[in-house]
Design a protein around this ligand. Structure first.
Ligand SMILES: Cc1ncc(COP(=O)(O)O)c(C=O)c1O
Length: 384
């Protein structure tokens, strides 16, 4: 029999947690670095709590691995990193909303800039404090999201030159279709971006950093002329697109685990969970797991999810509930209450990748990782 102490993860917690493997993170960073054109460097994208992996510990681990540039989506995310003592370069990709200028300045943050009105606000705050704010001009080369259009950029450049409080530290854009190899959209974006680099330089503004590639762009080895790349999903072990499966060697960083709360032997004909969407067609051994959609284990995995128990893949049966999920462990000999169960990530040489789970859910691994909720404590496994 197992000790009660091994059943619980800690003195008080429910035994449902996510192991975050910092060695795998390090491995994935090495894979990114192998794809760079020296002296390019990686600006690690740690927005959305490092895609659900925990922004502060992930950033600290990446700092120890030599990363000096980071990107987040919001001012609040950047402030959380500063509060944790992270004094590396941080770029706020989401831009500056009215009222955030002082905080950006105070925290020495860089910010993506995509309109002149914001430039004027940032400039006047910087001038007022007799300091400088660093901006990265964002041009929309085809993403169809935020950015100066090329025409707006032409108009903006002379005005930006008249703003003494701003330092144009970077020029950036973002790919729309780089998950598909050899997309003509990516080719057009690269051409337009190169034109924009020329345009900006010809205006007399010389950004130190030029960056375009996300993980997909890095994998496709686009933008040899860039000084920076912005990897996100690759760092966490997710594929930036199915096209890159055969060329990337990435390891899952997040492993979502729980322990069997109850083992039940049920007769043929038993209905399982809400709506009885599963009915046993034979006697089964069922394990009840203390994890549910409130933890980010998606309800759409009802009857189709999979888990690893004692080196075997077992199916989720019935509807995933808010706090409970059931699996059929009839095929697992010697299974016991308290056994560890892996729902995402690897165990015993088997793996359920974020990409596999995402394809079951008709989404992308990004969303799978981001949705693992705050109720699931993250346990950091050292990078060795
Ligand atoms: C502007 C920008 N750059 C880089 C990234 C990182 O992308 P990926 O996770 O695909 O590497 C993102 C993520 O969505 C982004 O919005």
């Amino acid at each position: 029999m197992r000790e009660e102490g091994t059943f619980l993860q800690n003195d008080v917690g429910r035994p449902t947690w996510a192991d975050i493997d910092l060695q795998a993170l390090r491995h994935n960073l090495d894979q990114v670095n192998k794809l760079l054109y020296p002296p390019q460097r990686a600006m690690a994208v740690v927005k959305a709590d490092a895609y659900g992996h925990g922004a502060v510990p992930i950033t600290r681990a990446l700092v120890s691995a030599g990363v000096i540039d980071f990107a987040v989506a919001t001012l609040e995310e950047a402030q959380a990193l500063r509060r944790a003592g992270i004094d590396q370069n941080i770029l706020v990709l989401g831009g500056c909303f009215p009222g955030q200028e002082e905080a950006l300045l105070r925290e020495s943050l860089m910010v993506a800039l995509f309109d002149l009105e914001t430039a004027e606000r940032l400039n006047s705050v910087a001038v007022h404090h007799r300091q400088l704010i660093s901006v990265h001009l964002k041009v929309d080369t085809g993403m169809g999201r935020v950015g100066f259009t090329p025409e707006e950029m032409r108009i903006a450049l002379p005005r930006l030159k008249m703003m003494p409080g701003l330092v144009v530290r970077g020029l950036m854009s973002h790919f729309a279709c780089a998950d598909i190899q050899q997309s003509h959209v990516s080719a057009a974006q690269q051409r337009l971006f190169a034109d924009m680099v020329d345009l900006v330089r010809a205006s007399g503004i010389n950004p130190v950093d030029i960056h375009l590639s996300n993980s997909a762009g890095i994998s496709a080895r686009y933008c040899s002329g860039c000084t920076l790349v912005r990897p996100g999903i690759m760092l966490y072990g997710g594929l930036p697109g199915g096209d890159y499966a055969s060329i990337l060697d990435l390891r899952p960083v997040m492993h979502l685990r729980t322990r069997i709360a109850q083992l039940r032997k049920l007769p043929a004909g038993s209905g399982i969970s809400y709506g009885h969407r599963y009915r046993a067609d034979r006697p089964i051994k069922m394990a009840v797991l203390p994890i549910g959609y409130a933890d980010g284990y998606n309800r759409l995995l009802s009857n189709i999810g999979r888990a690893i128990v004692r080196g075997r893949i077992v199916p989720v049966i019935g509807r995933v509930c808010m706090d409970w999920t059931m699996v059929d462990v009839s095929s697992v000999p010697d299974v016991e209450r308290g056994d560890s169960v892996t729902l995402l990530g690897s165990s015993d040489g088997l793996v359920i990748t974020g990409d596999e789970m995402a394809s079951q859910l008709d989404t992308i691994s990004y969303e799978v990782f981001c949705r693992i909720g705050a109720r699931v404590p993250r346990h950091y496994l050292p990078s060795g």
